[in-house]
Write a protein that binds this ligand. Sequence first.
Ligand code: FE2
Length: 176
Amino acid sequence: MADDAPVLQAYGEVSPVRVGLGENARTRGVEMLNHVLAQTMALRDLYKKHHWQTSGENFYELHLLFDKHYTEQVDVTDALAERIQSLGGVAVAAGHDVIELSKIPRPPKGREGAVAQIERLLDAHEIVLEETRPLAREASELGDDGTNDLLVSQVIRTGEAQAWFIGEHLRKQIAK
Ligand SMILES: [Fe+2]
Protein backbone atom coordinates (compact mmCIF):
# COMPACT_ATOMS: atom_id res chain seq x y z
CA MET A 1 0.00 0.00 0.00
CA ALA A 2 1.26 3.47 -0.91
CA ASP A 3 0.08 4.70 2.51
CA ASP A 4 2.78 2.56 4.14
CA ALA A 5 5.60 3.89 1.95
CA PRO A 6 8.26 5.71 3.96
CA VAL A 7 8.66 9.46 3.40
CA LEU A 8 12.21 9.83 2.12
CA GLN A 9 12.43 13.54 2.85
CA ALA A 10 10.09 15.71 4.90
CA TYR A 11 8.59 18.85 3.38
CA GLY A 12 10.67 21.84 4.51
CA GLU A 13 13.90 19.85 4.89
CA VAL A 14 16.78 20.29 2.46
CA SER A 15 19.15 17.50 1.51
CA PRO A 16 22.81 18.20 0.79
CA VAL A 17 23.52 19.25 -2.78
CA ARG A 18 26.75 20.70 -4.14
CA VAL A 19 25.76 23.99 -5.76
CA GLY A 20 28.01 26.25 -3.70
CA LEU A 21 25.20 27.58 -1.50
CA GLY A 22 25.06 26.96 2.26
CA GLU A 23 22.23 25.06 3.94
CA ASN A 24 20.67 28.21 5.40
CA ALA A 25 20.48 29.97 2.03
CA ARG A 26 19.05 26.86 0.37
CA THR A 27 16.51 26.30 3.15
CA ARG A 28 15.25 29.87 2.85
CA GLY A 29 15.43 29.73 -0.96
CA VAL A 30 13.29 26.58 -1.02
CA GLU A 31 10.79 28.15 1.38
CA MET A 32 10.49 31.25 -0.82
CA LEU A 33 10.22 29.21 -4.01
CA ASN A 34 7.50 26.99 -2.52
CA HIS A 35 5.55 30.07 -1.49
CA VAL A 36 5.72 31.46 -5.03
CA LEU A 37 5.01 28.00 -6.49
CA ALA A 38 1.78 27.68 -4.50
CA GLN A 39 0.56 31.11 -5.65
CA THR A 40 1.54 30.28 -9.24
CA MET A 41 -0.29 26.94 -9.19
CA ALA A 42 -3.43 28.67 -7.91
CA LEU A 43 -3.14 31.26 -10.71
CA ARG A 44 -2.49 28.53 -13.28
CA ASP A 45 -5.62 26.63 -12.25
CA LEU A 46 -7.68 29.81 -12.32
CA TYR A 47 -6.71 30.22 -15.98
CA LYS A 48 -7.89 26.70 -16.85
CA LYS A 49 -11.16 27.18 -14.97
CA HIS A 50 -11.77 30.37 -16.93
CA HIS A 51 -10.67 28.76 -20.21
CA TRP A 52 -13.40 26.16 -19.75
CA GLN A 53 -16.10 28.39 -18.30
CA THR A 54 -15.80 31.69 -20.18
CA SER A 55 -18.76 33.02 -22.15
CA GLY A 56 -20.10 36.08 -23.94
CA GLU A 57 -19.31 38.00 -27.10
CA ASN A 58 -15.53 37.50 -26.74
CA PHE A 59 -15.83 33.81 -25.94
CA TYR A 60 -13.42 32.51 -28.57
CA GLU A 61 -10.72 35.12 -27.94
CA LEU A 62 -10.84 34.66 -24.17
CA HIS A 63 -11.07 30.87 -24.44
CA LEU A 64 -7.79 30.85 -26.41
CA LEU A 65 -6.04 33.59 -24.41
CA PHE A 66 -6.79 31.96 -21.05
CA ASP A 67 -5.37 28.67 -22.26
CA LYS A 68 -2.24 30.34 -23.65
CA HIS A 69 -1.62 31.93 -20.27
CA TYR A 70 -2.38 28.62 -18.52
CA THR A 71 0.30 26.90 -20.62
CA GLU A 72 2.83 29.65 -19.85
CA GLN A 73 2.07 29.33 -16.12
CA VAL A 74 2.56 25.55 -16.37
CA ASP A 75 6.09 26.28 -17.60
CA VAL A 76 6.66 28.69 -14.70
CA THR A 77 5.46 26.13 -12.12
CA ASP A 78 7.76 23.51 -13.62
CA ALA A 79 10.77 25.83 -13.47
CA LEU A 80 9.98 26.72 -9.83
CA ALA A 81 9.45 23.10 -8.74
CA GLU A 82 12.60 21.88 -10.45
CA ARG A 83 14.68 24.67 -8.92
CA ILE A 84 13.34 23.64 -5.47
CA GLN A 85 14.48 20.08 -6.13
CA SER A 86 17.85 21.27 -7.44
CA LEU A 87 18.45 23.19 -4.20
CA GLY A 88 17.81 19.96 -2.25
CA GLY A 89 14.24 20.79 -1.27
CA VAL A 90 10.82 19.23 -1.77
CA ALA A 91 8.37 21.01 -4.08
CA VAL A 92 4.76 21.46 -2.97
CA ALA A 93 2.64 19.51 -5.46
CA ALA A 94 -0.83 18.43 -4.32
CA GLY A 95 -3.89 20.65 -4.74
CA HIS A 96 -4.91 20.57 -1.06
CA ASP A 97 -1.40 21.71 -0.05
CA VAL A 98 -1.57 24.54 -2.58
CA ILE A 99 -4.88 25.73 -1.11
CA GLU A 100 -3.26 25.79 2.34
CA LEU A 101 -0.32 27.94 1.15
CA SER A 102 -2.05 30.16 -1.41
CA LYS A 103 -3.05 33.74 -0.68
CA ILE A 104 -5.19 33.89 -3.82
CA PRO A 105 -8.88 33.81 -2.82
CA ARG A 106 -10.67 30.60 -3.68
CA PRO A 107 -13.03 31.12 -6.66
CA PRO A 108 -16.62 29.86 -6.63
CA LYS A 109 -17.29 26.42 -8.10
CA GLY A 110 -19.84 28.04 -10.39
CA ARG A 111 -19.29 30.06 -13.54
CA GLU A 112 -18.57 33.80 -13.46
CA GLY A 113 -18.99 36.34 -16.28
CA ALA A 114 -16.06 37.32 -18.50
CA VAL A 115 -15.40 40.68 -16.80
CA ALA A 116 -15.47 39.08 -13.35
CA GLN A 117 -13.11 36.35 -14.61
CA ILE A 118 -10.61 38.95 -15.83
CA GLU A 119 -10.87 40.98 -12.62
CA ARG A 120 -10.29 37.82 -10.58
CA LEU A 121 -7.22 37.00 -12.69
CA LEU A 122 -5.85 40.56 -12.35
CA ASP A 123 -6.26 40.32 -8.56
CA ALA A 124 -4.43 36.98 -8.59
CA HIS A 125 -1.62 38.36 -10.76
CA GLU A 126 -1.19 41.29 -8.42
CA ILE A 127 -0.92 38.96 -5.40
CA VAL A 128 1.73 36.87 -7.17
CA LEU A 129 3.70 39.98 -8.18
CA GLU A 130 3.48 41.63 -4.76
CA GLU A 131 4.54 38.42 -3.02
CA THR A 132 7.38 37.68 -5.45
CA ARG A 133 9.23 41.01 -5.80
CA PRO A 134 10.52 41.22 -2.19
CA LEU A 135 11.49 37.52 -2.29
CA ALA A 136 13.50 38.09 -5.47
CA ARG A 137 15.43 40.85 -3.67
CA GLU A 138 15.94 38.60 -0.64
CA ALA A 139 17.28 35.78 -2.85
CA SER A 140 19.81 38.21 -4.27
CA GLU A 141 20.88 39.23 -0.76
CA LEU A 142 21.35 35.54 0.15
CA GLY A 143 23.70 35.15 -2.82
CA ASP A 144 21.19 32.94 -4.63
CA ASP A 145 21.35 34.60 -8.04
CA GLY A 146 19.68 31.66 -9.79
CA THR A 147 16.55 31.98 -7.66
CA ASN A 148 16.57 35.76 -8.11
CA ASP A 149 16.80 35.31 -11.88
CA LEU A 150 13.99 32.75 -12.00
CA LEU A 151 11.69 34.92 -9.89
CA VAL A 152 12.42 38.06 -11.94
CA SER A 153 12.73 36.75 -15.47
CA GLN A 154 10.01 34.10 -15.37
CA VAL A 155 7.54 34.72 -12.52
CA ILE A 156 7.51 38.53 -12.53
CA ARG A 157 7.96 39.19 -16.23
CA THR A 158 5.48 36.51 -17.33
CA GLY A 159 2.96 37.79 -14.79
CA GLU A 160 3.35 41.43 -15.83
CA ALA A 161 2.94 40.56 -19.51
CA GLN A 162 -0.14 38.40 -18.88
CA ALA A 163 -1.73 41.07 -16.68
CA TRP A 164 -1.24 43.52 -19.56
CA PHE A 165 -2.91 41.22 -22.09
CA ILE A 166 -5.98 40.51 -20.00
CA GLY A 167 -6.15 44.05 -18.55
CA GLU A 168 -6.25 45.67 -21.98
CA HIS A 169 -9.06 43.36 -22.93
CA LEU A 170 -11.07 44.56 -19.97
CA ARG A 171 -10.38 48.18 -20.85
CA LYS A 172 -11.84 47.50 -24.32
CA GLN A 173 -15.01 46.12 -22.75
CA ILE A 174 -15.42 49.05 -20.37
CA ALA A 175 -15.00 51.57 -23.24
CA LYS A 176 -17.96 50.13 -25.14
FE1 FE2 B 1 -9.08 23.28 -23.84
